[in-house]
Ligand binder design. Structure first.
Ligand code: SF4
Length: 698
């Protein structure tokens, strides 16, 4: 399976002389049927680069140099420091920050280590920047996390609402499947694209709706108002399978299309047309990603999307359903293992005493050992480090000093920490610069394990080549560390397969039950979608076909939600809204994709997209270098002036961190304001101003 995005494409990998020589699509994998994008094809050159981290390194004192040390010393030093910090400040002075790139087994062992060995729920991941609002939205509306729909639904849907997603760039193989469906039946299939930018995704749209950034709830409520007024709701479904209609109706009554138009900047006519197309569809799907989730009302936006489906009965049947497109390859697996600060394995909540007791018994640890209070979310970890409440952080497989909002705060946090441990495949990165301990990790495909893609499908990834130097699989590193901390019995794993078996048994009886799976079965039967509750169970294509939801009364919840302006509105000093995102040829913070000559040559630098009227007002021409200033900092990029982005809005990709050139980083500008439910930051809207500069800064 591809180690990049949540589409989760299956790959065929040719190995020659112990090296990955060639990668192509696996025709047998149901996520992609042989198709792949350029990022996967260009995997070979990024695996053995000069900056692979191949030995443990240690900095004995702050300001000193990192020195190569044996594994034993690196782990003993780390264990001694963690013990000292826990003794002096308590277990919550230690935090772990992991990644949706980890394999499921690695996630599981890391979260178990934090909770059972250190005794803290301060275990969060970069999924907090990515899918936390979708997870919280599913919990609130449907009673549990877990995308209900499947890729197979893309082949039979006849209306697609693509909102807050540039699917063509960020989930290219999913987009090709939607495009194929549209081209096969152009008159029978409607594609609605809601995005302030005209991207390649909009090329297949019947309706492109370039709304004001952040106004998605106003649009979705107004669409629901139209459907209600036109008698296009499924009254039977609403009455039998949902709760909350009266409260929601009271809210949507106040969102006629005219008000929706005033709040979104769209016309009332296009809102009505979109609503009628959705409401009259035999089977409608909504697909979304960061444009919805990265918002201070991200959870509410998810509720507004799910409301549309519940009110029209468009869920739990072929071609219908809300379907969040996961950013990372194993963000889903992370959530299944308890990879967020409020979760335990099997979508259990740390605040649930009965759930903690189940996990304690399964882990054979003393009753009451697991802490009962949710830990710090991603941003709270770094804020805690900056304030001194958290003294140590262990970062795995991610680069927060490039990917987090408000980088000055993140750098301050890492500088002030008593202990920074970074476990990564590459060095230097923006984050490894701050490490006291550097632990070399094996990466794809130097270890085996499982990942779950956007459609709940688990794929087994075999080990194909040896890791370089002394790099080790993350599971081995974490297990050795647990032993160094004196905790041996619960960490006796001879293989990743044994880790998976322990987790799979713990999912039994939960929504994400895959107790019927093992490495052997996934190797034999191929990728399968959970729930898979028994060894002979064939897997589950879509959820909620029985129209029973995992809430106390079995009904899904219609959640009344209101429009709210972005946290940082524009004003005379900062007149434009900046939105950040990805480009097709790069992945996250460039630790891998920029090292592929082909990918680098296609997209070597960040480009700022500006509307031509905004450019005119600022005296900027296409190709000029532009300084972008927000209340937190500056960035500089060459600009592309066009009509493809909504007036008042500009776009800058976030991949480039300060290591690429200080002023290339979009996260110099972004703000750390966040959703109070999901704790996901509002990376999609901050106020900026532009100024032409003669040349890029050195
Ligand atoms: Fe990999 Fe995503 Fe491209 Fe598929 S679409 S090959 S999973 S990056």
């Amino acid at each position: 399976m591809c180690p990049y995005c949540g589409v989760g494409c299956g790959l065929l990998v040719q190995v020659r002389d112990g090296r990955v020589a060639k990668v192509k699509g696996d025709p047998a994998h149901p996520a992609n049927f042989g198709d792949v994008c350029a990022k996967a094809v260009h995997l070979p050159p990024i695996l053995r680069t000069a900056d692979r981290l191949v030995h443990p390194q240690l900095r004995h004192r702050r300001g000193g140099a990192l020195e190569r040390v044996p594994w034993e010393l690196a782990l003993r030093f780390t264990a001694d420091r963690v013990r000292e910090i826990v003794m002096a400040h308590g277990p919550d002075a230690v935090a772990f920050y992991a990644s949706g790139q980890l394999l499921t087994e690695e996630y599981y062992v890391a979260a178990k280590l934090a909770r059972a060995v250190v005794g803290t729920n301060n275990f969060d991941t970069n999924s907090r920047l990515c899918m936390a609002s979708a997870a919280a939205g599913y919990w609130r509306s449907l009673g549990s996390d877990g995308p209900p729909a499947a890729y197979a639904d893309l082949d039979v849907a006849n209306c697609f609402l693509l909102i807050g997603t540039n699917t063509a760039d960020c989930h290219p193989i999913t987009f090709k499947r939607i495009r194929k469906r549209k081209l096969q039946s152009p008159d029978a299939v409607t594609v609605i694209v809601v995005d302030p930018r005209w991207t390649e995704t909009a090329d297949i749209a019947d309706l492109h709706m370039p709304l004001q950034p952040g106004s998605d709830i106003a649009l979705l409520n107004a669409m629901l108002h139209v459907l209600w007024r036109e008698g296009l709701l499924d009254a039977n479904f609403v009455a039998k399978h949902t709760s909350g209609w009266a409260q929601m109706r009271a809210v949507i009554e106040r969102y006629p299309p005219e008000r929706g138009a005033a709040l979104t900047g769209l016309s009332p006519e296009i809102i009505v047309t979109a609503a009628l197309r959705f409401g009259r569809a035999r089977a409608a799907m909504s697909l979304w990603s960061m444009g919805i989730n990265q918002s201070h009302v991200g959870t509410d936006k998810n509720a507004a999307i799910i409301n549309l489906h519940l009110a029209t009965g468009q869920i739990g049947r072929p071609g219908a359903g809300p379907f969040s497109l996961t950013g990372q390859p194993n963000a889903m697996g992370g959530r299944e293992t308890g990879g967020l600060a409020h979760l335990l394995p099997g979508y259990r909540l740390v605040a649930d005493a009965a759930a903690r007791a189940v996990v304690e018994r399964h882990w054979a640890i003393p009753a009451g050992r697991l802490p009962a209070t949710p830990g710090r979310s991603a941003l709270e970890i770094f804020e805690g480090l900056a304030s001194g409440a958290v003294r140590a952080v262990w970062i795995m497989c991610t680069n927060p000093a490039a990917s987090m909002p408000d980088l000055d705060l993140v750098e301050k946090a890492l500088r002030q920490a008593d202990l920074v441990v970074v476990q990564d495949a590459y060095h230097p990165t923006e984050t490894t610069r701050f490490a006291d301990v550097l632990l070399p990790a094996a990466q794809w495909p130097e270890k085996d394990g499982v990942m779950t893609n956007s459609e709940r499908r688990l794929t087994y990834l075999p080990k194909l080549v040896e890791p370089p130097g002394e790099a080790l699989p993350d599971t081995v590193i974490l297990t050795r560390f647990a032993h160094e901390m004196g905790v041996k019995e619960p960490f006796q794993f001879a293989s990743a397969a044994e880790v998976f078996d322990e987790l799979a048994a713990l999912t039994a009886g939960t929504v994400c039950d895959y107790s019927g799976l093992s490495h052997d079965r996934l190797r034999r039967d191929g990728p399968l979608q959970w729930p898979v509750p028994a060894p002979d169970h064939p897997g589950t294509e879509r959820l909620y076909q029985d129209r029973r939801f995992p809430t106390p009364d079995g009904r899904a919840r219609l959640v009344a939600v209101e429009h709210d302006e972005p946290l940082e509105p524009v004003d005379a000093s900062f007149p434009l809204t900046l939105t950040t995102g990805r480009v097709r040829d790069h992945w996250h913070t460039l630790t891998r994709t920029i090292k592929s000559p082909a990918l680098r040559s296609r997209t070597p630098e960040p480009i700022l997209e500006v509307n031509l009227r905004d450019a005119q007002r600022a005296g900027i021409q296409d190709g000029d270098f532009v300084e972008i200033t927000s209340r937190r900092g500056k960035a500089v990029a060459q600009c592309l002036v066009s009509a493809a982005i909504r007036e008042g809005t500009c776009f800058l990709p976030f991949h480039w961190g300060r290591q690429s050139g200080f002023y290339k980083s979009a996260n110099n500008l972004t703000l750390s304001g966040r959703d109070p439910i999901s704790q996901q930051p509002e990376l999609k809207a901050c106020a900026v101003r532009l100024r032409r500069v003669a040349e890029p800064p050195a």
